[in-house]
Design a protein around this ligand. Structure first.
Ligand code: ADP
Ligand code: MP5
Ligand code: MG
Length: 546
């Protein structure tokens, strides 16, 4: 960070000394500093707006969020049933606890229920330096309930707004702050943005400031048009004191807009904390709200008129977390079918038919392996095969392509040594998906375990023509890897009905099954071949060396 972050503002006094001390402490602890937003807002028991929305928005944007709760509301999708203000001295205590210990980059305010709370906040900001202040002047909930009464207006206008780097009123709030002027058109919104800018916010940063030269000068106003009557788009007006920007997105048809304002402001704060310039932060935030609303437009939470949306884009029914019965089960490796489009084409059947037949014959897991397919075709095939696999409770993995696994919501991936490392795949896919890694050596097996894989595939046990230039490790190599592996193992490479029994009967530690390609798919009758192999494996398992 540029040494300083000096803010020359009306009445702020920032202590350079503290910034230097705190970055020194971070250096001493050896940790990297993490973008950090402090949300000073009210709690919404329904978790659509307020502190809860702020936490989710920051989490979704990859920023740490601490919280100072100003008020506790009993609230749901019907409205606000009760409000319990937190005593001002306790708000002060929370502010001190967070700001005296943690390096907060950006403070974002939501519901500030009393003049006293605003004063306490401003006092804290004179004692502890932060890089930016985002003010969402929450006054009335969308349900029409008052969250901060008219007595607060003059304090907002005269004391809070002049300190803000950006203020984000909705139409009603902009009108209230400007003495009740009418706001019905985009032109009215522009006018309001200009008038609000004249009231403040006008914090000026020095040019060495880490958020970038001149980017925050003179403060900024965003008048949000979510509730603009008769508007086909969702239009917001951004004014930085020099230029107006009309930010438009499509208006999503949904009841789930509770908390959009809190979320937008938190996302702006999060992007600023990461170092984005103001206009970029606003654009990203608006795009994020639009995306989350589009994703959540049909979700149903609560019986009231305004529902919450899903900040993490994961709750929609049909997403994997709803349907997978449980976590990875190593016994699923028992009869592992790996597809080959060339073979299936040769025998005149579609991939879906081949997968369905293998499952019917007893395959316990399926891997879709498409070395030459166009991405779009691969994705379509993955989706159709997934439907078949899901209906039988059999996991579907994708060979190599983490992007296809993500896009199709398959159950996981299988990667080779020259594909994406397991640790990176794990970060992309999250904790629930299955990751398998091909390993020929003890070191590779160790690395797969460290990287967060669920199982390893070890081979080629026998020579095979499904993989060129693939040295075999033989039964001895398999034995070495199995003995050292902390993960369950599936044997692969040239395994078929004539040798599968030998592999299983060795009774190797951790060996849970065999993976086969040609033995199932380079045959006329996939169902019959799979049944035969399944029976043989059952037989071998019961007689394996203990
Ligand atoms: N139906 C919608 N579709 C797309 N964007 C929306 C929709 N409703 C609100 N927004 C956007 O959400 C943000 C919050 O706006 P608004 O609802 O006006 O604020 P508040 O929640 O404070 O009342 C704005 O960027 C606005 O354009
Ligand atoms: C605690 C709290 N803070 C803010 C809002 C405003 O959100 P919305 O305008 O979406 O009702 C709210 N309803 N509750
Ligand atoms: Mg709203």
């Amino acid at each position: 960070m540029a040494s300083g972050g000096v803010i020359l503002s009306n009445s702020f006094s920032f202590y350079q000394k503290r910034i230097v001390m705190s970055s020194r402490m971070q250096e001493k602890n050896g940790g990297a500093s993490i973008p950090h937003v402090l949300s000073v807002a009210g709690s919404d028991s329904g978790a659509g707006a307020g502190i809860q929305a702020d936490l989710k928005a920051c989490a979704a944007r990859g920023v740490y969020c601490s919280t100072v709760i100003t008020s506790v509301t009993a609230q749901n999708t019907v409205g606000v049933q009760a409000v319990h203000a937190v005593p001002e001295d306790f708000v002060a205590q929370q502010l001190k606890s967070v700001l005296s210990d943690m390096q907060v980059d950006v403070v974002k305010t939501g519901m500030l229920p009393s003049v006293g709370v605003v004063k306490v906040l401003l006092q804290s900001l004179t004692e502890f330096s932060v890089r930016a202040l985002v003010v969402d002047p929450v006054m009335v909930s969308t349900s029409g309930d008052v969250l901060a009464g008219p007595s607060i207006l003059s304090t907002f206008r005269e004391e809070l707004l002049p300190m803000a780097n950006i203020v984000t009123p909705n139409i009603k709030e902009a009108s209230a702050l400007l003495g009740g002027i009418r706001l019905e058109t985009v032109a009215d919104m522009r006018n309001a943005a200009e008038l609000l800018h004249a009231l403040g916010p006008r914090v000026v940063y020095d040019t060495g400031f880490s958020l970038g030269e001149n980017l925050l000068q003179n403060g900024n106003v965003l008048v949000k048009g979510g509730d603009l009557p008769d508007s086909l788009d969702a239009v917001d007006i951004f004014f930085n004191g020099e230029h107006f920007y009309e930010l438009r997105s499509s208006r999503i048809k949904t009841r789930n807009t509770h908390g959009t304002g809190c979320t937008l402001a938190s996302c702006i704060a999060a992007e600023l904390a990461k170092g984005s310039p103001m206009l970029t932060a606003v654009r990203v935030a608006k795009r994020y709200v639009e995306t989350a609303l589009e994703y959540s437009k049909d979700i149903l939470i609560g019986n009231g008129i305004q529902g919450p949306f899903d900040h993490l884009l994961r709750l929609k029914s049909g997403s994997q977390s709803f349907h997978r019965k449980d976590a990875f089960n190593p016994s699923d490796l028992f009869l592992y079918a790996v597809t080959d489009s060339g073979m299936n084409k040769k025998w005149g059947r579609s991939m879906v038919d081949a997968v369905a037949a293998a499952i019917q014959g007893g395959a316990t897991i399926v891997q879709l392996r498409e070395k030459d397919a166009e991405t779009r075709d691969f994705l379509e095939t993955a989706k159709s095969c997934l439907a078949v696999c899901r209906s039988h409770g059999v996991p579907l993995l994708i060979n190599d392509r983490v992007d296809v696994a993500l896009a199709s919501d398959a159950d996981g991936v299988h990667v080779g040594q020259s594909d994406m490392p397991a640790s990176v795949a794990r970060t992309l896919l999250g904790p629930e998906k299955i990751i398998g890694v091909s390993c020929k050596t003890i070191e590779q097996a160790q690395q797969a375990w460290i990287g967060g894989a669920d199982y390893i595939g070890s081979g080629g046990v026998y020579s095979t023509n499904t993989k060129a230039n693939n040295p075999t490790i033989g039964l001895d190599g398999l034995k070495t890897v199995c003995s050292a592996s902390k993960l369950p193992v599936v044997a692969i490479g040239g395994i078929n009905a004539s040798n599968a029994g030998t592999v299983i009967e060795m009774g190797l530690p951790n060996l849970k099954g065999v993976a086969v390609v040609s033995a199932l798919f380079d045959r006329e009758n996939v169902l019959a071949e799979t049944k035969k192999l399944h029976a043989l494996l059952m037989e071998a398992s019961s007689s394996k060396i203990q």
